[in-house]
Design a protein around this ligand. Sequence first.
Ligand SMILES: Cc1cc2nc3c(=O)[nH]c(=O)nc-3n(C[C@H](O)[C@H](O)[C@H](O)COP(=O)(O)O)c2cc1C
Length: 214
Amino acid sequence: MIENLHSMRIDYSGKDLIKKKFKKNPIKQFNLWFQEAVKFKIKEPNAMILSTIKKKNKPTSRTVLLKEVDNKGFIFFTNYNSNKGVEIKNNKNVSLNFLWKNMERQIIIEGITKRISEISSINYFNKRPRDSQISAWVSDQSKKIKNKTVLENQYKKMVKKFEKIEIIPKPTCWGGYIVLPNKIEFWQGKKSRLHDRICYKLINKDWKKFRLSP
Ligand SMILES: Cc1cc2nc3c(=O)[nH]c(=O)nc-3n(C[C@H](O)[C@H](O)[C@H](O)COP(=O)(O)O)c2cc1C
């Protein structure tokens, strides 16, 4: 039994969000907030909750790391055969959520997911630490395993396999997705629960900006 959940709350005290001052393009606004999060020393500001849709329209979520942002969208890397990979194959609609608790900020992104090019995935894979590259070969992500030893033995086997190989190739089942946004919301916690929400929606290829009630 967890005690005191009813009384567990803090009052937020963020600065006003002024719609007029928000950039025309929400990805540019995201970049600005991200820089502020880095400056604020948020731990792993690039950690984001990725929600996908399973069969029978059941939603599910997990954390992934944002690894690139360009003027089109938000890129993360994973195993294409993982649960999330299969879910994205069946339904390209996803949502991303950044919670920067110490700044009392949240960003919610909705969009359509696409695989990035094989060459872009290879470029990023080559920059990863060697042990992460080996893990990408070892992990049959989201599949049941008998026990931990199976995984550790597989890792040792792979270390040996690649011992004399300088550049470890990227497994074909591993790579990046880009989330092409069609809606982005910036949330700032405020006093008395009168939070600020500035939302952008892509309408006829144009970003429209509006304020939402908390
Ligand atoms: C902080 C953090 C960062 C993570 N980053 C990634 C990532 O970038 N890519 C990834 O595939 N899994 C990442 N994971 C693991 C995922 O949350 C998840 O366990 C894994 O991808 C399997 O998800 P699935 O079975 O729903 O496909 C991360 C987990 C945490 C807690």
